[in-house]
Design a protein around this ligand. Structure first.
Ligand SMILES: NC(=O)c1ccc[n+]([C@@H]2O[C@H](COP(=O)([O-])OP(=O)(O)OC[C@H]3O[C@@H](n4cnc5c(N)ncnc54)[C@H](OP(=O)(O)O)[C@@H]3O)[C@@H](O)[C@H]2O)c1
Length: 234
């Protein structure tokens, strides 16, 4: 679909890749709905978008709460009367051996990375199905395709998303609703710092480059689809 004049929901829009996606899609003429927990950060990005002539609204919420997700999607739909694009980007990281993690951490990773994406897709899809039109983009990770050392818990949530994406893609094949899975390798964002993990970030991908490639995947005629895309540094 052409991104111009479309309505896009982006989770995890307060920082990193989600923020870059919000700026990229708004720059291409979409109305963007910015979702994450941090209201001050979302307000700042909304201002940045508006200063460049773009349109956006913010919806502070916790994606682990299915009721908050339902209310946000209803509010966005009431405001715009349609939802064209959903980008499931919000996520958290952890590393260490599996048994080093508490059961609270296991719940936190599954609730955010897996259930957050399921809740959003579940709430948005009926609106797309009514118009038989839309595009759902799931930000996964190369850790969703290959096991990684010291990342059993994180990688497991990403493998689950990989499975969700592949099954949903099959389910939606007869419709005009597209799905795309993105598998980026390491990016230079706050993901690791938020998880209190020190990384050198040398040769990591720039989230702005990744966002541009993702926007290109969406910005295609209806007869073309990028099923999945792995992005690595050359
Ligand atoms: N960085 C990498 O190397 C890398 C590589 C491959 C894939 N990824 C994936 O890319 C996606 C984006 O990550 P990033 O690298 O851009 O990290 P980031 O800068 O830390 O961004 C994560 C985003 O998720 C939001 N978020 C986290 N928990 C949330 C919750 N409970 N409710 C609502 N929003 C929540 C955060 O906002 P608030 O804190 O304001 O809620 C933030 O906007 C993630 O799915 C990550 O797994 C990252």
């Amino acid at each position: 679909m052409k991104i111009k004049n479309k309505v896009a929901i982006i989770t995890g829009a307060s920082s990193g890749l989600g923020k870059s996606l919000a700026l990229e899609l708004a720059g291409r003429g979409a109305g963007v709905c910015l979702l994450a927990r941090s209201e001050p950060k979302l307000k700042k990005i909304k201002k940045e978008i508006e200063n460049s002539g773009g349109k956006s609204i913010i919806c502070p919420l916790d994606i682990r709460n299915s009721e908050e997700v339902k209310v946000a999607i209803k509010t966005i739909h009431n405001f715009f009367s349609k939802i064209d694009i959903l980008i499931n980007c919000a996520g958290v990281y952890t590393q260490g051996s599996f048994t080093d993690h508490s059961t609270d951490q296991i719940n936190h990773l599954i609730d955010t990375n897996l259930k957050g994406t399921l809740f959003f897709t579940h709430a948005v899809l009926p609106y797309m199905q009514k118009l038989n039109f839309g595009h759902i983009v799931n930000i996964i990770s190369t850790a969703g395709k290959l096991p990684k050392r010291n990342q059993t818990l994180y990688s497991t949530t990403k493998f689950a998303l990989h499975g969700f994406h592949q099954n949903l893609q099959r389910e939606l094949k007869p419709t005009r609703i597209k799905t795309t899975a993105i598998y980026p390798s390491k990016m230079n964002t706050a993901l690791y710092k938020n998880a209190k993990v020190k990384k050198k970030m040398k040769n990591y991908l720039d989230p702005e480059d990744v966002a541009r490639l993702i926007a290109d995947c969406i910005d295609q005629p209806q007869n073309l689809i990028v099923d999945d895309l792995t992005i690595k540094r050359n």
